[in-house]
Design a protein around this ligand. Structure first.
Ligand SMILES: [Fe+2]
Length: 270
């Protein structure tokens, strides 16, 4: 947890929340009371993914969709929701085995977001960033995100023999991507900053000893993100980027991308 505090704050520029519930450390990226939560535990893994819906009716709708698809859904109590700073919360486990939280009404802070590295994060209307997941049930995971949750396919790719699908639920090119893999796990998550120099400064902070670099600076071919990948204290990747495209649903067409990057991103995620 100390390493995450150092990495998230002093390398990435996230703001540690002062008063955390027992056993967790939260970080702000914007006006929300927090966007990331770290739990003390024995394993280094993604605990859960939070998906925001607009309101109570939206939560009822997603619960109905999940139950129609045969998933068991837990409707959390008002107290459980309040402990997470949200008005409504429901939880399920998807067919890949990932814990998914669906919520609405997150607390908005009245205190300004103050980054320890003067970073500002691109989140407005587009959430935290994106998460890339490895799944052993690729076809079913793709069906789940599109048919059940209503995500839209942005494009596809192959990494060697493995299929990759990029999915969006707002103008961000992808909020989740799925990689066909033997076992489930998190590949990386991404946060986007508002200026290119913030990427360079975070890259310097890693090079100066803040964290290892898994893949060096480069620009992705599909979302055009200028980014690099740091190794988080938990071992998986963190993409830190700027300049991702915004998708216009009325004109976007799905393509199969020949490779992940236009240039750069040299290195390895393992
Ligand atoms: Fe990414």
């Amino acid at each position: 947890m100390d390493e995450w505090r150092e990495f998230a704050g002093n390398v990435l520029g996230m703001q540690a929340v002062a008063n955390n519930p027992d056993g967790v450390t939260r970080f702000r990226l914007d006006e929300r009371s927090y966007r990331l939560e770290f739990e003390e535990g024995d394993t280094e893994e993604l605990t859960r993914i939070g998906w925001e819906v607009p309101n109570a009716a939206g939560l009822d709708d997603v619960i109905a969709r999940l139950e129609d698809d045969g998933l068991k859904v837990t409707r959390c109590s008002a107290e459980e929701a309040a402990a997470r700073d949200v008005q409504g919360l429901a939880q399920t486990v998807d067919n890949s085995g990932f814990n998914l939280d669906f919520f609405y009404g997150q607390q908005k802070s009245v205190e300004p977001f103050i980054s320890p590295r003067s970073a500002s994060f691109v989140t407005d209307g587009m959430g935290l960033g994106h998460v890339v997941l490895m799944t052993p049930v690729f076809d079913d995971a793709l069906r789940f995100y599109t048919d059940v949750l209503g995500f839209r396919l942005s494009d596809t790719m192959r990494l060697g023999p493995a299929r990759v699908a990029f999915l969006r639920c707002n103008p961000r090119h992808h909020s989740v991507a799925l990689i066909e893999a033997p076992e489930k796990g998190i590949h990386h998550f991404m946060v986007e900053v508002s200026e290119v120099d913030m990427v360079g400064r975070a890259h310097d902070a890693c090079r100066d000893g803040g964290a290892g670099i898994m893949m060096d600076l480069g620009r992705h071919s599909n979302d055009e993100m200028f980014s690099f990948y740091a190794r988080t204290p938990s071992g998986f990747g963190l993409e830190y980027g700027h300049g991702g495209v915004l998708v216009d649903d009325s004109t976007w067409t799905v393509t199969e991308i020949a490779g992940p990057s236009l240039w750069g991103h040299r290195g390895s995620m393992v």
